[in-house]
Design a protein around this ligand. Structure first.
Ligand SMILES: NC(=O)c1ccc[n+]([C@@H]2O[C@H](COP(=O)([O-])OP(=O)(O)OC[C@H]3O[C@@H](n4cnc5c(N)ncnc54)[C@H](OP(=O)(O)O)[C@@H]3O)[C@@H](O)[C@H]2O)c1
Ligand SMILES: [Zn+2]
Ligand SMILES: [Zn+2]
Length: 359
């Protein structure tokens, strides 16, 4: 008979899990594998709350395996190292993002693109190589192969830096890959949530002119005065949207729900690029005429490889980029999820795991 999550492994673990598609999280006892020769065991300090966690706990993508312990923006401290571990020692401040394993042999892995490995293993809602389920960072400890663990720069504050491990790399990687970094070019950021607000900051650090395209007029003041955007467009304002047609070189679309692409494509100049990173639960409609007539490109991107994630963390540390966060207790997670569903967060919830997770 299969062992229960609590008995599968030798290291006791505790976290909060959703048990069904109501998405409600509650305390959950489980276990973590023994620290293998190439593994580090990490005491989790902070974990960001990504909209993907919300999609997952509510089974909006249709592949959630309950119980699910979400969380893939993890910052913690190394407490144990296996005998072959070279990168880390006990006491090091480290990060874990969206993936915890991959095959290490395929074309993607060989190019430091583990995030596109067909056998990539996600931090939660996935199966480890030993056949047991992975559980994420809304929990006390995690055991990870050192290759998938990031050095967390000393001058990055751990709570506000945690969201970089998913939100940060998810916008940084396409900006690099699609050549969206030429100073002076105009970047549109659709959706001012966790990903979007970090995209504004990274875009400014690359020297871009940044315009936020939002459904929330109340975010304008902060977008410009606090986050550093150059301008702000409310997508429901036809006059302003019309005036902005043909003005943008690139757009990063971080919107989490089904939305029309035509208005965004119309904002792009000739040869403009619309890169979608948001993952709405249903397909979007793609109008072909404006793409063809303006030689425009629509692309996608999925987080980033480990090497690039380290590069992004170091870049953010150098430029003083962190997320704007609301620090919450573990027990506040269900309210936080309700607010996240309504785009009511400035701009990322981060759970103070070590100080609020008690059994
Ligand atoms: N590709 C990847 O690797 C990757 C990685 C992480 C996350 N994601 C996905 O990216 C999406 C965003 O994640 P997040 O954590 O940034 O979410 P978030 O904090 O909830 O931000 C999403 C933003 O989208 C806008 N929005 C929400 N509903 C909308 C609607 N019906 N129409 C138009 N705009 C709407 C809101 O911005 P305004 O209020 O400004 O309109 C909201 O703040 C999610 O789908 C997530 O699963 C993908
Ligand atoms: Zn995420
Ligand atoms: Zn691979």
């Amino acid at each position: 008979m299969a062992k229960s999550p609590e008995e599968e492994h030798p290291q006791k673990a505790f976290g909060w899990a959703a048990k069904d598609s109501s998405g409600l999280l509650s305390p959950f006892h489980f276990s973590r594998r023994e620290t293998g020769d190439g593994d580090v065991t990490i005491k989790i300090l902070y974990c960001g709350v990504c909209h993907s966690d919300l999609h997952n706990v509510k089974n909006e993508w249709g592949f959630t395996m309950y119980p699910v312990v979400p969380g893939h923006e993890i910052v913690g401290t190394v407490t144990k190292t296996g005998k072959n571990v070279k990168k880390f020692k006990v006491g090091d401040r480290v990060g874990v993002g969206v993936l915890v394993d991959s095959c290490k042999r395929c074309e993607s892995c060989q190019q430091d693109l583990e995030n596109y490995c067909p056998q990539m293993i996600l931090t939660y809602n996935s199966y480890s190589q030993d056949g047991t389920k992975t559980y994420g960072g809304y929990s006390d400890i995690v055991v990870v192969d050192e290759h998938y663990v990031l050095r967390f720069p000393e001058n990055l504050p751990p709570a506000a830096g945690a969201p970089l491990l998913c939100a940060g790399i998810t916008v940084y990687s396409p900006m690099k890959y699609y050549g969206m970094t030429e100073p002076g070019k105009h970047l549109g950021v659709a959706g001012l949530g966790g990903l979007g607000h970090v995209a504004v900051k990274i875009g400014k650090a690359f020297g871009l002119k940044v315009t936020v395209i939002s459904t929330s007029p109340k975010k304008e003041e902060e977008a410009v005065n606090r986050l550093g955007a150059d301008s702000f467009l409310v997508s429901s304002d036809p006059a302003k949207m019309k005036a902005a047609i043909n003005t943008m070189d690139y757009i990063i679309d971080t919107v989490s729900a089904v939305h029309p692409l035509a208005p965004l494509i119309s904002l792009l100049k000739l040869n403009g690029k619309l890169i979608t990173v948001g993952l709405p639960e249903k397909p979007l409609e793609l109008p072909i005429f404006p793409l063809v007539l303006g030689r425009k490109l629509v692309g996608g991107s999925d987080v980033g490889g480990i090497k690039e994630t380290q590069e992004m963390l170091d870049f953010c540390a150098k430029h003083g980029i962190t997320a704007d966060i609301e620090l919450i207790k573990m027990g506040d997670i269900n309210t936080a999820m309700e607010r996240l569903a309504k785009s009511d967060v400035k701009y990322r919830f981060v759970i103070d795991v070590a100080n609020s997770l008690s059994q």
